[in-house]
Design a protein around this ligand. Structure first.
Ligand code: ATP
Length: 237
């Protein structure tokens, strides 16, 4: 079953075309990687899906409902959660309070928000930080905290923006384990990532953007062997 359907999306900023006629789907309970060189339009696509700005042309549907044109709050309520490329952790707040910020978007009841947030901290293996300031956590832990906060909005689709960047191999594995457990919950993940050793082994599909256009879409093994993808991106490795 298709959860997210991106249909012929174009996004222009003045004379710059950041996304050009891009179409792809994310199935329910699937992990899809969105990859491509710097400036390919990946973050712009995330911003369109999350309602930060409307596409110049095309439509985005979630669960049979058109979400393009909605505000970020409406997209969040419709089921889109996201993390940010630069982690927006509130460092002086505790880990629990950081996650509760997400929970409150969905439900203003303090007791329920606290209980959901505590469970999510345990889910991302950060239970021990519950009452500690987020600023005392490592970058790797703060990334998982950001994932917990995005999950607190109870999304059907989680957009993850470079959550593995700059992490060491053990930390990448910790994040990969979290992503796999998110899929087990039935939540779909669309992941922008340059850390290919993190995303390639776990993705159900990979979408490749280059200069704003989709140049490949398929199983990781097929995409890795695609000559156009190798020329545009993988050859840089
Ligand atoms: P990276 O891997 O470096 O994060 P990306 O694939 O996410 O890159 P985008 O950040 O989406 O790429 O950028 C795509 C193009 O759109 C770039 O040329 C960028 O300069 C341009 N762009 C993005 N946001 C804006 C904006 N708000 N105003 C003007 N141009 C923008």
């Amino acid at each position: 079953m298709t959860l997210l359907h991106v249909k012929n999306v174009t996004k222009k900023f003045g004379g710059i075309t950041a996304n050009q006629d891009v179409s792809f789907e994310v199935g329910a309970g699937k992990i899809v990687g969105l990859i491509g060189p710097n400036g390919a339009g990946k973050t712009t696509m995330f911003n369109c899906i999350a309602g930060y700005f409307p596409p110049t042309a095309g439509e985005i549907w979630l669960n049979g409902k058109k979400i393009s044109g909605m505000t970020p709050e409406q997209c969040a309520r419709a089921g889109v959660g996201r993390t940010f490329q630069v982690a927006r952790t509130f460092t002086s707040m505790t880990a629990l309070e950081n996650v509760m910020v997400g929970a409150f978007l969905k439900d203003r009841h303090v007791g329920r928000a606290r209980s959901i947030s505590t469970n999510l901290l345990n889910f991302v293996n950060l239970g021990r930080f519950r009452d500690k300031p987020a600023g005392s956590m490592t970058i790797s832990e703060q990334r998982r905290l950001a994932v917990a906060r995005a999950l607190a909005v109870q999304p059907e689709l989680l957009l993850m923006d470079e959550v593995m960047a700059g992490l060491n191999p053990t930390e990448v594995k910790d994040m990969v384990d979290v992503v796999l457990r998110i899929r087990e919950k039935g939540i779909s993940c669309l992941i922008v990532e340059h850390v290919l050793e993190g995303i390639m082994p776990i993705a159900d599909a990979i979408v490749v953007l280059d200069y704003g256009k989709k140049i490949a879409d398929g199983k990781p093994a097929d995409v890795s062997n695609n000559p156009q993808v190798i020329a545009a991106y993988l050859g840089e490795e």
